[in-house]
Design a protein around this ligand. Structure first.
Ligand SMILES: Cc1ncc(COP(=O)(O)O)c(C=O)c1O
Length: 362
């Protein structure tokens, strides 16, 4: 792979972050960009100032959606070191998504080094307050201009960095969820396990309608029978039954979350009974009626854990833990954030150092 070219911003200097960062609104000084064509493969890697993209109106991904992305985080930990959480897993998922929609894969070790490089260059943008982090958004899109439906022959990979605020700046509040049986997000053997824009486009109307009715998000059912629970909003879902914690098995319609994988490992380490299996919405309702559903929570990079306080399915309204955060949800949130901020030993090797004691770790 070619060496990265550096076209750094001359005025990049002291960074003043706004008090309230929110999510995805503030961007650092630089982005990483690289091109692909069938002759040269991935080439022309460059770190340069964040700028607009100029493209032909026939650029293929705009019309046919051949595009993928990832979402991961870096943290300024309690010792002042800069770390990433499981970047290799995110890069591997990017390549699995790439394969599914005929995008050329990327060298995983090279991409990991690129992440370390660009995070180091823009390190002053990484916020330091409790719960804050640097959100990392790599994406790839088919970039040749042609109006026929086919696999693109040229691509661009870009990595954007965005400092983000604490997800729970107002406390760990449980959310209100509507079970969605009018629309589906993704179908097995379709694109459900691929992190591509199509799945998010498919989810918007349902989320909007739920929001208008006072819900934070929807719980998605499988797209074939509308019977099995799959995901909650843009998170994976876990149910704590009386004698088992269960999460839907990865049937192909579900994004294999890195937080999901981490939670499963933590539960195993804690000696909990954790199953990956089909969970029907009828089972949830029946077990709820018997008092056997103790809590429900979602898992994902943005919130880490999101406790579900209320769930509505047809006319049935379920309340968990009196609308208070579930005990296991709180414990898992503390466990994962403690690893990310360096308060707890990283026994599973989930942390990748970018800067340790002031020195870049390559
Ligand atoms: C649809 C969907 N499901 C699940 C997740 C959770 O995945 P992860 O834990 O890797 O962030 C995400 C977020 O990335 C998502 O967009």
């Amino acid at each position: 792979m070619e060496k990265i070219r550096y076209e750094l911003k001359e005025t990049a200097g002291k960074v003043t972050l706004p008090d309230s960062l929110g999510f995805g609104q503030v961007f650092t000084d630089h982005l990483f960009e690289m091109d692909y064509d069938s002759k040269k493969g991935w080439h022309n890697p460059v770190i340069k100032p964040v700028q607009n993209i100029s493209m032909h109106p026939a650029t293929m991904f705009i019309h046919y959606g051949q595009s993928i992305f990832e979402g991961m985080k870096a943290f300024r930990n309690d010792d002042g070191d800069i770390v990433m959480f499981r970047p290799e897993e995110h890069i591997a998922r990017l390549n699995r998504s790439a394969k599914r929609i005929c995008i050329p894969e990327v060298d995983e070790q090279f991409l990991l080094n690129v992440l370390k490089e660009i995070i180091t260059i823009d390190k002053d943008w990484i916020p330091a307050k409790e719960g804050e982090s640097l959100y990392i958004r790599p994406f790839i899109y088919g970039s040749d201009s042609f109006l026929g439906v086919k696999v693109a022959s040229e691509y661009k990979l870009i990595i954007l960095l965005s400092p983000v605020g604490a997800y729970y700046s107002e406390g760990f509040k449980p959310v209100k969820i509507q079970v969605q049986d009018d629309y589906v997000r993704a179908v097995r053997k379709g694109l459900g396990e691929c992190k591509c824009p199509a799945n998010y486009a498919a989810s918007l109307l349902a989320a909007e309608e739920a929001r208008k009715k006072g819900f934070s998000q929807v719980l998605w059912l499988d797209a074939v029978e509308l019977k099995y629970i799959e995901e909650v909003g843009t998170m994976n879902i876990f149910i704590r039954f009386k004698d088992e914690v269960a999460t839907p098995e990865l049937t192909g319609g579900i994004l294999p979350g890195i937080t999901r994988k981490s939670v499963i490992q933590i539960l195993k380490d804690m000696g909990e009974k954790i199953s990956e299996r089909l969970i029907s919405i009828d089972e949830v309702v029946n077990e709820y009626k018997k008092g056997n559903v103790l809590e429900i929570f979602g898992t994902g990079t943005a919130a880490i854990i999101s406790s579900v306080g209320w769930l509505k399915y047809k006319d049935m309204e379920m309340v968990f833990n009196n609308g208070q955060p579930g005990e296991l949800a709180v414990k898992l949130f503390d466990e994962i954030t403690s690893i990310q901020y360096g308060r707890k030993e990283d026994t599973n090797n989930w942390i990748t150092y970018v800067i340790k004691q002031g020195v870049e770790v390559l």
